[in-house]
Ligand binder design. Structure first.
Ligand code: DGJ
Length: 723
């Protein structure tokens, strides 16, 4: 068991890999965090003395003043709003009388093998019950009758704990949940910097690193989507850490809608991390007997810096989040029609792409936007998921592409509706809207009201009528605007606070139905590139279009940022015609992710074709290494150097692939690159110069790249293999 409970001290010690999470039930029934960090064996903490030995003026206490336990100075594991904790609390409920004070106290717990799934929501999973244990702690608020269950799943062999909560109304009156966190984590010092991934469309997941101070630092989405602007991920890095050393905590929210995550350092120097819905856009009415489930948060701790934190996330998501056939099966190497043709294609053009692509060694043709309704531009037809017959005959196209020897993929944007569509003309009230208020347009489209079952059913049936009649191998699920005028024609007035979350539940339901009905279709998510690159989406689709920006120099920062917590296999990366670099850089950068092409193959020169064939040979050669290997960010774009470099080492340390790209003109400068993660005892052959050196030499002395990359060769790859 990875969860130990000491009955006499009422202490829990959760041991995940080499990390421990410890908490106790305080005599008054408060759940208090003692430790989260490196593994410790203890189950006896002098918590009573720690939290009850000082007078704390202006801080409300309990116990009739018999001791000095105060809620505001105690690292409460899941604290209630309105009863003495003035920090960001975990839960706020509005009672039927209108007040917001609650006081949840421990009532019971249970420990069992395995991990429960969360109804209606994506979550990580165990492959067998032996992999993890779960602790459920039940806390009760006597006045409202709220029964809160905190769920902790502890993975035995990897430093991962997941947290979520669910609340049942066991009282006699309806109440409103105004705020409910997925996870709260208390750390006993403020000596951290917070890392978050900010950005915008075409420039997602930049690296931000800011020291904590005595305030609240948070990231938020108000978009109804996780968004391009802030990924639902933060890390805390202890002062003095490096990329490969130091206490590092990573928190990732398994949710694709609006959220808020942040850290508050209080006047007692405790750092409290909270992860949950954006409370500005969340409310849920809970009638007696009803239950509400939060999404989950993934917690990673390591003393191995951001580098090891990322590798833990990568292993965990590859094994315990990504699902389905393509979790392990090799993904087809695709070419996508978007940057090749935009809306300007017909059956013959796509067939000509397929023929050229086949000659190059590409394995799948994806027909992007423009095949349905009467869609020739982005003003029309979303919601009309029937074939644009004067443009293509889908049955014939799919058959011809398959006969050429390629798989066939298709594009959808299921949650959207165009004003110029048959669906809108038939059901103008099916989009999110507020009666009498002008509708914001974004890419000339509106967002469907996914909280309505009849809307979800209609889109599902329309999708099935295509997916069940043609042999479709892949589906790209796009989402090209965020939510505004969030009103529903059918939801009652008092339930409108639930709409943002109901929208997500409807979307997840549709994804669930599609993936269950078509388990052989490879689903790829996309939201104008990386606007919903989050673990919620990864649960349904093993890969996500990382960004609409395919310029490889720009992609470096985007992919480095994405790699903080998402594995290479999830990061879709294509070679395109963008003019800034040669094909070598484009290929080397795209090789790091789920490799593919985004160009018109009929416009390639003979030289380009040869280069592409070499890239494809590299893609096959390094596929397993990149998919299963451990990533080392040797020089990151945010290090401010003239080059960036990354390395992928196979789990058995027999192989490594190192890639270096110059991002600025490199003048003469000494440049030794020290590798990481190799076995110091093993001997490795350098594919570029044939030299054999020990892993120790390669890591502690380094390879001399003083003259490389050079000239017009901006990118350089070296493969090391054990000899
Ligand atoms: C945005 C996506 O990111 C692109 O790849 C492409 O699919 C377009 N939408 C199509 O409208």
């Amino acid at each position: 068991m990875s969860i130990f409970y000491n009955e006499s001290t009422k202490t829990f010690n959760l041991t995940a890999g080499s990390s421990s999470y410890c908490m106790s039930v305080y005599p008054l029934g408060y759940l208090v965090t003692h430790h989260y960090g490196k593994k410790i064996p203890d189950t006896d903490f002098p918590h009573y003395e720690i939290y009850a030995t000082r007078t704390a003026s202006f801080n409300p206490s309990r116990n009739g003043g018999a001791d000095c336990f105060t809620m505001d100075t105690t690292p409460l594991e899941y604290s209630s709003f309105g009863t003495g904790d003035y920090r960001r609390t975990a839960i706020r409920i509005r009672s039927s009388e209108g007040n917001t004070a609650t006081d949840f106290r421990y009532s019971s717990h249970r420990i069992y093998a395995g991990k429960p799934q969360i109804p209606g929501l994506p979550s990580t999973y165990t492959n067998c019950d032996n992999e993890a244990d779960t602790l459920e702690i039940t806390m009760v608020d006597k006045v409202t009758g709220g029964e809160l269950t905190l769920v902790y799943t502890v993975f035995k062999d990897i430093n991962v704990i997941t947290k979520s909560a669910h609340l049942k109304n066991c009282g006699e009156k309806t109440f409103i949940i105004e705020d409910i966190c997925s996870a709260v984590i208390n750390l006993s010092s403020p000596d951290f910097s917070m890392v978050n991934l900010y950005g915008k469309h075409n420039n997602e997941r930049n690296f931000a690193f800011n020291h904590l101070s005595h305030n609240r630092q948070s990231i938020i989405s108000r978009r109804g989507a996780s968004g391009h602007e802030q990924n639902p991920f933060i890390a805390l890095v202890r002062d003095g850490s490096t990329e490969e050393s130091g206490d590092t905590y990573g928190f990732n929210f398994v949710y694709s809608g609006s959220y808020e995550m942040g850290c508050e350092v209080d006047y007692f120097d405790t750092t409290r991390v909270t992860v949950g819905f954006n409370p500005e856009q969340f409310e849920w009415i809970l009638a007696p007997g009803e239950e509400f489930f939060t999404p989950e948060t993934v917690l990673v701790y390591t003393d191995g810096g951001l580098g090891e934190m990322s590798r833990i996330f990568h292993r965990f998501y590859s094994n315990n989040l990504i699902r389905g056939r393509y979790k392990t099966e090799k993904r087809p190497l695709l070419i996508n029609s978007w940057e090749a043709a935009y809306f300007d294609f017909d059956e013959e053009k796509l067939v000509s792409f397929a023929k050229e692509a086949k000659d190059l060694g590409i394995e799948m043709l994806v027909m992007d936007d423009g095949w349905f309704g009467h869609r020739d531009n982005d003003w029309s037809s979303l919601g009309d998921w029937f074939v644009y017959e004067s443009k293509i005959n889908l049955q014939s196209l799919v058959k011809r592409v398959h006969e050429i020897g390629l798989k066939f993929g298709i594009w959808y944007e299921p949650e959207m509706i165009s004003r110029d569509s048959e669906l809108y003309r038939a059901h103008p009230d099916w989009c999110l809207h507020v009666e009498g208020r002008e509708h914001c347009e974004c890419r000339h489209q509106y967002v469907l009201d996914m909280s309505r079952p009849e809307v979800v059913d209609n889109i599902f049936e329309q999708m099935c009528s295509v997916l069940s009649t043609c042999e479709i191998d892949y589906l790209k699920w796009d989402f090209n605007r965020n939510l505004t005028e969030v009103g529903s024609a059918t939801l009652s007035a008092e339930r409108h606070g639930e709409l943002y979350h109901r929208f997500m539940l409807g979307t997840y339901d549709l994804m669930d139905r599609i993936t269950k009905k078509y388990p052989n279709i490879l689903l790829e998510n996309c939201a104008g590139g990386g606007g919903r690159f989050d673990p919620g989406m990864l649960y349904y689709s093993p890969q996500i279009w990382t960004s609409d920006n395919t310029d490889p120099i720009e992609r470096l920062a985007i992919q480095f940022g994405t790699s903080l917590c998402y594995p290479a296999s999830s990061m879709d990366a294509h070679v395109s015609f963008c003019p800034r670099t040669g094909f070598d850089v484009k290929g080397d950068v795209a090789l790091w992710g789920t490799f593919g092409y985004e160009l018109d193959p009929t416009r390639l020169t003979a030289a380009d074709k040869n280069l592409i064939k070499e890239q494809i040979a590299d893609y096959h050669k390094y596929y397993e290494l990149i998919r299963c290997g451990d990533l080392y960010r040797l020089i990151s774009p945010w290090d401010g150097k003239r080059r960036v470099a990354w390395e992928i080492v196979s789990p058995d340390k027999k192989e490594a692939l190192v890639t270096v790209v110059s991002t600025r003109y490199v003048t003469m400068e000494r440049f030794f690159l020290r590798l990481r993660g190799l076995d110091p005892e093993k001997m490795y052959k350098n594919s570029a110069n044939g030299k054999v050196n020990s892993g120790a030499f390669l890591m502690y002395s380094g390879i001399n790249l003083t003259y490389l990359p050079c000239g017009d060769k901006q990118s350089y790859k070296v493969y090391f293999e054990e000899v």
